[in-house]
Design a protein around this ligand. Structure first.
Ligand SMILES: C[S@@+](CC[C@H](N)C(=O)[O-])C[C@H]1O[C@@H](n2cnc3c(N)ncnc32)[C@H](O)[C@@H]1O
Length: 484
């Protein structure tokens, strides 16, 4: 696909979206503090007798505050490391026309309580010092950043219960110094993938982190930050291992089965659309594939880029992922337990050359001639139902696979836009599993393996509430000569 001129309007809209996302991250401490104040206000309303009975609660609130500080420290460190791919100093709000258009474009979609949504565009990797390129600018209409997160159950973990206040891991106390140990993940110069942090747009001053440039964001945006924190557990903590074993392990086993011959000289390729925080794409790379994650959410890309590129050692960071809900806790210590991550040092994990993350809308980036018949395998994990039009996703997957290529899917059909009742009347094609398979057969796939897998998504394993999916899991092969 040709490099389309990135219009000023698109650029301005993207800056606007990125500012909003950065502001959501920056607003995290205040929003979390506001929650604690709410708990305190409720406590103050108690009768003296009840207050006496629950006299330990103020101490718990103080503990939560310390946990918030530790989480905020991680978030700020992550933002410090972030190189915006755009000039964040441009004043975009002065243009009324743009403002109006931006409002029209802004993908703020009403979300179900179970998920939220995000987006972003991509790039490929070559001579980068970092494992994954910093999120690059999106190209293409309608490819404004979104965010798409499921936040199903509330809370879970193993890990040590904290007994008294939050702790900062040893490594976390260090300054975020050099990233000499980071693996150089590059973004593949796929179709639209472009404009990485090396494109000269980088703001090295951190003006965009200044409180004065911070926007007021709606609570739903800060919720997305909390969702990211839960996704960190799913992808990068020891505590997420169970969930990764449910979701990622079967996929890796299928890949291993279908591509037994993974020679270093000509490794098979694998695309992971909707890669989230990148762990599955990394595992596929470590298995011996040229792996590319595709993700369109700046929330996700900022975080995955930090973990993949700036981590210096395993368990360098500690967060308290479960402090934001008092519901369904078996004990306060469960709720306030720390989680250290990443459980592996990405740079030492043994990736295969060519590992990359491509920021951008899957449809925009991969529905391009240059991508046709270029992948040996495509892996979709909790991704298919993020589509406005699932038929389009399947058509593109078929198109980009080589003849005989393999598509492995695992996930439910919790259509992301099914509950979009907003004024924009978002398109949402919602098919049953049976019909999804029919569409796949139409586009030349044949089923090789099919089963259901019970799994959670970003669940708190110690919570009294566990949302379980009966996820569809399949391997389909694109029949030779079957391009429709
Ligand atoms: C439910 S999450 C799953 C993430 C990851 N695959 C996992 O299993 O943890 C869906 C992901 O797809 C991303 N996504 C949704 N629509 C997308 C699109 N059109 N292009 C690229 N990524 C998209 C979202 O930002 C989100 O990170």
């Amino acid at each position: 696909m040709g490099e389309r001129r990135y219009s000023e309007l698109e650029q301005a809209l993207e800056i606007k979206s990125l500012r909003r996302i950065i502001s959501a991250y920056l607003n995290y401490p205040d929003a979390a503090e506001e929650d604690v104040r709410r708990y305190e206000r409720s406590f103050r309303k108690l009768s003296p007798t009840h207050k006496a009975l629950l006299s330990y609660l103020p101490l718990k609130f103080q503990r939560i505050r310390r946990c918030i500080s530790v989480n905020s420290y991680f978030i700020m460190s992550m933002l410090q490391a972030f190189e915006p791919p755009l000039d964040m100093s441009i004043d975009i709000d002065e243009d009324e026309h743009l403002e109006n258009t931006a409002e029209h474009y802004h993908p703020e979609i009403p979300r179900s309580s179970e998920r939220s949504n995000w987006s972003r565009h991509s790039e490929s990797i070559t001579e980068s010092n970092s494992l994954i390129p910093e999120p690059s600018t999106f190209r293409g209409e309608n490819s404004l950043p979104r965010d798409d997160m499921r936040s199903d159950d509330k809370q879970e973990l193993n890990g040590n219960a904290i007994m008294d206040g939050a702790t900062i891991s040893h490594a976390q106390k260090k300054s975020c110094g050099s990233d000499k140990d980071s693996v150089g993940v590059a973004a593949v110069p796929a179709a639209h993938c472009c404009g990485s942090s090396s494109n000269g747009n980088v703001n090295s001053s951190r003006d965009w982190m200044d409180p004065s440039s911070q926007l007021n964001v709606p609570p739903v945006d800060v919720d997305k930050v909390r969702c990211i924190i839960r996704n960190i557990v799913r992808d990068w903590a020891q505590e997420g291992q169970k969930e990764r074993d449910q979701c990622y392990k079967p996929i890796l086993e299928e890949l291993n089965h279908h591509f037994p011959d993974r020679r270093e000289q000509s490794p098979p390729s694998c695309l992971v659309p909707g890669a989230g925080l990148g762990r599955l794409a990394l595992e596929i790379s470590c298995l011996g594939f040229v792996s590319q994650g595709n993700e369109f959410s700046y929330y996700m890309m900022i975080c995955s880029s930090f973990i993949l590129n700036h981590t210096q050692e395993a368990y360098e960071w500690t967060i308290y992922p479960w402090i934001h809900s008092n519901c369904n806790s078996l004990s306060d210590n469960d709720q306030l337990r720390p989680v250290s991550f990443p459980d592996v040092h990405p740079a030492s994990a043994g990736i295969t050359d060519g590992f990359s993350m491509c920021g951008g809308d899957f449809v925009e980036v991969y529905n391009d001639e240059s991508q046709e018949a270029s992948w040996d395998s495509v892996v979709t994990c909790f991704f298919l139902d993020t589509a406005h039009n699932i038929v389009e996703y399947i058509e593109i997957i078929s198109k980009i696979l080589k003849d005989g290529g393999v598509w492995i899917n695992l996930g439910p059909l919790l259509y992301h836009f099914a509950d979009s009742y907003g004024p924009e009347d978002e398109m949402s094609i919602e098919l049953s599993l049976e019909d999804v398979k029919k569409v796949a057969y139409h586009y030349g796939f044949e089923m090789e393996m099919e089963k259901m897998i019970e799994t959670t998504y970003t669940a708190n394993m110690r919570s009294m509430m566990q949302n379980r999916y009966n996820a569809a899991f399949w391997t389909m092969r694109k029949k030779p000569q079957s391009r429709s």
